[in-house]
Design a protein around this ligand. Structure first.
Ligand SMILES: Nc1nc2c(ncn2[C@@H]2O[C@H](COP(=O)(O)OP(=O)(O)OP(=O)(O)O)[C@@H](O)[C@H]2O)c(=O)[nH]1
Ligand SMILES: [Zn+2]
Length: 183
């Protein structure tokens, strides 16, 4: 049994469970495996994720990839927050492979996070790999720590944004981004 597995067994025991009952026999192993997957973003390398899928293009108009779903864990309670991420950028001679936006979102989602930091990290990664003139990232999510426990509010949604480069300095760029994603 790995260290993480025996710690999960201890947690079950502390919660008053019988760790010998049939349904729980493999639970420490499953929980450890699940948690390692849900935090696998820590060991994900940005350049491996992108895999050189950055292509030369003379199209310098805004590109928007909208509605990328993600599952993350809030760093305060280790409970899920779930939502969608919208990314827009202004290419500067190079465009990024479409699937790589989703891979970048997963890379930063699969960690213990707060939504604000995750939003910023995604924006910085897109900027780093594309060398773009500007990037905007908007994340909309629901936090289980607010729904299942605590204040128990089921209908609130948190929206965070990070605007960099032209998206920050030029209101027209920001407005175009908002219009394209329907906000
Ligand atoms: N800004 C921000 N806050 C978050 C995020 N995820 C969880 N939180 C908040 O983190 C705060 C932690 O507050 P504490 O008072 O230390 O913890 P708590 O007693 O469990 O708080 P309650 O949730 O109010 O019961 C709570 O207000 C959560 O709603 C996030 O991604 N961003
Ligand atoms: Zn929380």
């Amino acid at each position: 049994m790995s260290n993480l597995e025996s710690l999960y067994q201890q947690v079950l025991s502390e919660l008053g469970e019988n760790v010998e009952r049939e349904g729980l026999l493999d639970t420490p192993k499953r929980a450890a495996k699940a948690m390692q997957f849900l935090t696998s973003g820590y060991t994900t390398d940005l350049h491996e994720v992108v895999n050189n899928a950055v292509f030369t293009s003379d199209n310098d108009e805004m590109v928007v990839v909208q509605g990328i779903e993600f599952y993350s864990l809030c760093e305060h309670h280790m409970l899920p927050f779930i939502g969608r991420c919208h990314i827009g950028y202004l290419p500067n001679g190079k465009v990024l492979g479409l699937s790589k936006f989703a891979r970048i979102v997963d890379m930063f989602g699969r960690r213990l996070q707060i939504q604000e930091n995750m939003t910023k990290q995604i924006a910085e990664a897109v900027e780093e790999v594309t060398g773009c003139r500007g990037v905007g990232v908007i994340v909309e999510a629901q936090h289980m720590c607010m729904m299942m426990r605590g204040v128990q509010k089921q209908n609130s949604m948190m929206r965070t944004s990070v605007m960099k480069g032209d998206f920050r300095s030029n209101p027209a760029t920001r407005d175009e981004f908002m219009r394209l994603i329907g906000l």
